[in-house]
Design a protein around this ligand. Sequence first.
Ligand code: NAD
Ligand code: UGA
Length: 434
Amino acid sequence: MKNITVIGVGYVGMITGACFADLGNRVCGLDINEERIANLNQGIMPIYEQGLKELVDRNLRAGRLSFTTSYEEAINDHEAEFVFICVGTPEGVDGEADLQYVRAAAESVAAVMDHPLIVINKSTVPVGTGDWVAEIVRKAQPGTIPFSVVSCPEFLREGTAISDFMNQDRTVLGSRDAEAAERVAQLHLPLRAPIMITNLRTAEMIKYASNAFLATKISFINEIANICEDLDADVREVTAGMALDKRIGPSFLGAGIGYGGSCFPKDVKALAYMANVKGRHPRLLQAVMDINEIQRKTVVLKTQEILGDDLSGRTIGLLGLAFKPSTDDMRDAPSIDICRMLQEAGASVKGYDPVAMEWAGRVIPNIELASDAYELVSGCDAVVICTEWNEFRQLDLDRVKELMRQPVIVDGRNIYEPSDMKKAGFTYRGIGRG
Ligand code: NAD
Ligand code: UGA
């Protein structure tokens, strides 16, 4: 049993805190957002993530988990040995990661700490940030209490976050202090994942390289999908055929409207920025970003190919709004750009998402929100599928056809078979389906 403090109770902080508490540790979650903490103390989760509420409730009841807005309470009263920094690192100017929240967290820890600590960077931070955080803590400390900084990047995915954390493929740790890294490794032993201990900068780089590689796979298959369309091949089958080669495998080769979310877009940009600062111009990363941007437009172009360039007087429905299924996260969701492009072409846009409606309503201007998939398709000249929620996979297609003004479906996530849709009487376009 260890005393752990988690700073920032968003996606990463909540999962890290709740999972370590469930493993038997005493965890205190701290956030500067008072409403979040007040809600958490009443059992209201700050994020939508399957299984999280049960996990949090169980550990609150067991007295292993608590939440506060006070650094004094979270670091000193809690007698924290490990402090995980899990605050946001959003895109800043020119694609550089914005480290203002990391700086504020490090300064706040330093200002109150009254005993030795291991500060662990779990936020995705540019290479070199571990040393920068150490410098901040050293300078902001009134005394000279010993501390160490360890990088421990997080690899969870939204929607499967708890199981990704509990069954992680690997734990990566980096530090200038081998003993501190070893103590953080011990903390992770119950997860039974391979633990790689390396230097600070390499650990930070592993996180960016991993995300950039996954984003590259997505842009690669989207490029192949576009070529498939020109050559009348089917990317779904091409992928299936490629995936049988064990060296390739099936993951992250789903062609569609490209990657969105709070991580891939900003992390690929931040990595390219780091390279640019060093005078290197990473052409592959640039191509990955360019292809991803173009990919969002393809569903708009396909809609226009069917309905004409001028979409004035047309109503288009967006089926799914979140950046991926099983989350309500709308950060850099492709649906936002797609909606804007359709509106610029003159269309009225409606949207429906099983869980992201509230967030979508805040970030997508002038979108009419429907209360279910059938209300969404009613009166539409075309429907664009933006998120592959399971509940869209077996819609009553006869009813959909009847409700739509024109039976046109542009499937940005390839959830339907072109031949089935043709049989059902739809004008259907997928991505790379020949
Ligand atoms: P988030 O925006 O959901 O949560 C961040 C939290 O930090 C917020 O609740 C905010 O109020 C709080 N905060 C900000 N400044 C603070 C301060 N000074 N003191 C205390 N709390 C403060 O962020 P997230 O999605 O959990 O991402 C956190 C980091 O983890 C990012 O660097 C991200 O790139 C990385 N990451 C995210 C995911 C993911 O799936 N979301 C996965 C892996 C890594
Ligand atoms: C991603 C990584 O998968 C995590 O390992 C990492 O920890 C996280 O970013 C992060 O650093 O924050 P996440 O963004 O939650 O996780 O979701 P993914 O499942 O990776 O999907 C990202 C985007 O790629 C989504 O928009 C999804 O629709 C898209 N995608 C994914 C595809 O277009 N095709 C695919 O085959 C897979």
